[in-house]
Design a protein around this ligand. Structure first.
Ligand code: GLN
Length: 484
């Protein structure tokens, strides 16, 4: 096996035994980036010098007997997480060349563990999209088929993990942006409970929905990364005051007697037949493992997408008001007045999807429409939450497809925003309810990975990891790597 294909667990063992060094491993990953990045375009910025410095420091730490599970392991961060001294763009012209003066809490925690950062991953501009084609710089290509989208908005981080350009990544998930690209790229993506991982230093999209989480090659790695990044942060006012467990303790436990619900609303007309049959087969595997599988219903699921596409743009329109060309970021040069400067800055700095969201959100929040759209969406949000609460009285987890299709072709949905939005149909309900959800590889259709999603109740990440690990260990899918 190539060094760049190792999991965190495998690399950690080899580092601990002294069979490899972090500098050697980091060099191998940087070489892999040099070899494939021209085809995948997973990164906005590759941080080679920083990575080699961090790798050397990690080797010293390992020698000194002070290693942690992530010490010396190369990773990438989605480029909407602030990194001190490293350009952080959100894949937007608005923040092109922007260098933060502080680290996001997740970056600080990973650095504290001795992590090695090889680069900042490409995304849809301000994390708005499902294909990474909304990046102002370049689209990312799916390592399984370069003509296809890697999903989005964390398409760069997911493609990097899939293609061997990072051992793991952090993504952010507002309506599916960790899980859907993980599903499309055949890797694991976990969206934690809202408030479990600090959002300090994450450039805000929709603050009541955004969460940071791991993108990894297997479930055990997701548990390792979660253990490092979860937990209270006084700098994030929505952070839950909770001391998280060692999530790796959830691994290796069987699922006998675990109650698994299959909500019928997640098997919709128009979904790809191959996806449905892969998910049905996965459900059979869970039954064979001793889980008690039963059909159930989440009746407001069909309304969730509309709720999401009112609440997310509304919050985005408020969050993005700060880009005025005055304090930081892009600033239009040839303006005749303050208002002219503001208009031109936003006209030139934002791409079309971001403008669409700002207009949708501003409309939904405006006097006269607030009650009809925003308030109503909030009310339906409460219903959706209650529906999940009720479901989790009966079930430990819900199992569904992550997305209605496998990776679609680049360009296939760019002209039709509605068909792009429909891609989030199965992922955004977990954000609306604030509950955790994970996507693992659940099969292959025509050479492309299928995402299998598990959802659990608030703070039940251990149950999610337990069931997805049991499923993963019973199947072979997680061993597959794209041939790039
Ligand atoms: N695809 C969804 C959107 O465009 C979700 C994005 C995300 O989770 N950041 O809003």
């Amino acid at each position: 096996m190539e060094l760049s294909d190792l999991t965190i667990g495998q690399a950690g063992d080899l580092l601990a035994q002294g069979d490899i060094t972090s500098t050697g491993l980091t060099r191998a990953v940087l070489d892999r980036i040099a070899a494939v990045e021209e085809r995948t375009k997973a990164f906005v910025t590759v941080t080679e010098t920083l990575a080699m410095e961090q790798a050397e420091a990690a080797d010293h730490r390992i020698k000194a007997g002070d290693a942690r599970p992530l010490t010396g392991i190369p990773m990438s961060l989605k480029d909407n997480m602030s990194t001190r001294g490293v350009v952080t763009t959100c894949s937007s012209r608005m923040l092109e060349g922007f260098v933060p003066t502080y680290d996001a809490t997740v970056a600080r925690r990973l650095y504290g563990e001795g992590a090695v950062m090889v680069g900042k991953g490409n995304l849809d501009e301000f994390a708005m999209g499902s294909s990474t084609e909304n990046s102002a710089f370049h689209p990312t290509h799916n390592p399984w088929d370069l003509d296809r989208a890697p999903g989005g908005s964390s398409g760069g981080p997911a493609a990097a993990v899939s293609a061997g350009e990072a051992v793991y990544s952090l993504g952010s998930d507002t309506g599916g942006s960790i899980r859907q690209p993980a599903g499309f790229c055949g890797v694991v993506g976990l969206k934690p409970t809202y408030g479990l991982v600090s959002r300090y230093g994450l450039i805000a999209f929709a603050s009541s929905l955004d969460q940071i989480g791991p993108i990894t090659r297997d479930v055990a790695d997701a548990a390792i990364v979660m253990t490092a990044i979860a937990g209270y942060d006084r700098r994030d006012s929505t952070s839950i005051d909770y001391t998280p467990p060692d999530y790796t303790q959830a691994l290796g436990k069987d699922v006998r007697g675990l109650r698994v619900g299959v909500p019928r609303e997640y098997f919709v007309d128009g979904m790809e037949p191959g996806v449905e049959s892969a998910v049905r087969e996965a459900i059979r595997v869970l039954g064979d493992l001793g889980a008690i599988v039963e059909e159930t219903s989440l009746p407001h699921t069909p309304q969730a997408l509309a709720v999401y596409y009112i609440i997310a743009p509304s919050e985005a329109s408020a969050n993005l008001a700060r880009y005025d060309g005055v304090k930081y970021g892009y600033s239009a040069k040839d303006a005749s007045s303050m208002w002219d400067a503001l208009e031109k800055t936003r006209q030139e700095g934002f791409g079309p999807e971001v403008k669409r969201r700002i207009m949708l959100g501003t409309y939904a929040l405006s006097a006269g429409y607030y009650d009809a759209y925003y308030l109503k969406a909030q009310r339906v949000r409460t219903l959706i939450r209650q529906e999940f609460d009720e479901a989790f009285q009966k079930f430990d987890v819900l199992v569904t497809p992550t997305s209605p299709s496998v990776a679609f072709k680049l360009g296939e949905k760019t002209e039709d925003p509605m068909s792009m939005y429909l891609n989030d149909i199965f992922t955004q309900p977990a954000n609306i309810a604030g509950v955790p959800a994970i996507s693992v590889q659940g099969g292959m259709v025509d050479g492309l990975p299928v995402g299998l999603q598990f959802t659990a109740s608030h703070m039940q990440e251990e149950t999610l990891l337990r069931v997805s690990h049991a499923y993963e260990q019973a199947t072979e899918w997680h061993h597959l790597r794209p041939n790039i």
